[in-house]
Write a protein that binds this ligand. Structure first.
Ligand code: SAM
Length: 197
């Protein structure tokens, strides 16, 4: 596994995001780097749908190493800002490598100011109370949830990707499921009481 981490670090340094995606497509996973298993179809799905919605960037809450965020930035061209807690851990010698330069380390008791032109992303987040607080304060029109799909009985996160499907305030704009039983669901703010089919 250590060899793969080094390889991913090198690919990151040379800007070869497709090379990293290929490793994941071939089955590589390591939760220390990224819980999600990205592939090129999923990144294309994000690029196409975020452009369709006119999103100007992505704010990712609980970005971890920032690997997914760097892949999104590289594949879509959109600016991506990551937010994490516990700077002490992330600065320690035991922490995983960091792949995104734009990570803001925040106090978990306060919410950062988020750009409403940016989509709000949660990938394998695991705190529904914090998620609700972000959603209540968010003024933007696009939320992205990533995690295991409905068929995946092994993995878990909170919120799960389809969590907002029955919420009045949000409509599913597009959903994508991967061969690894994971899903990316893009929501847009609802302007009517019923979401168009
Ligand atoms: C399961 S990990 C997922 C990390 C990354 N998104 C991924 O998919 O690899 C959840 C992350 O959320 C972060 N987190 C928890 N509470 C948070 C908060 N209030 N604000 C920002 N990040 C938080 C944790 O530190 C952890 O890195």
């Amino acid at each position: 596994m250590e060899g793969y981490v080094e390889k991913i670090r090198e690919l990151r340094e040379s800007g070869d995001w497709q090379g990293i995606v290929q490793l994941y497509e071939n089955g590589f996973t390591d939760e220390k780097l990224l819980w999600f298993q990205p592939d090129s179809n999923g990144l294309n799905f994000l690029r196409k749908n975020l452009a369709e919605l006119g999103v100007q960037g992505v704010s990712s809450i609980g970005c971890g190493s920032g690997l997914l965020e760097w892949l999104i930035n590289s594949s879509t061209g959109l600016p991506v800002i990551g937010y994490e807690i516990d700077l002490g851990w992330w600065q320690s010698k035991h922490s995983p490598p960091k792949f995104l330069k734009e990570i803001s380390y925040i106090d978990p008791t306060t919410l950062p100011q988020l750009n409403p032109q940016f989509a709000l992303l949660f990938c394998y987040f695991n705190d529904s109370k914090v998620f609700e607080a972000y959603l209540d304060s968010f003024r933007g029109d696009c939320v992205i949830l990533i995690g295991p799909d409905e068929k995946n009985k092994i993995r878990y996160c909170d919120p799960e990707p389809f969590q907002l499907k029955d919420e009045e305030r949000w409509c599913i704009h597009a959903a994508w499921r991967s061969k690894f039983l994971e899903a990316i669901v893009i929501y847009r703010r609802s302007t009517t009481t019923v979401c168009p089919q």
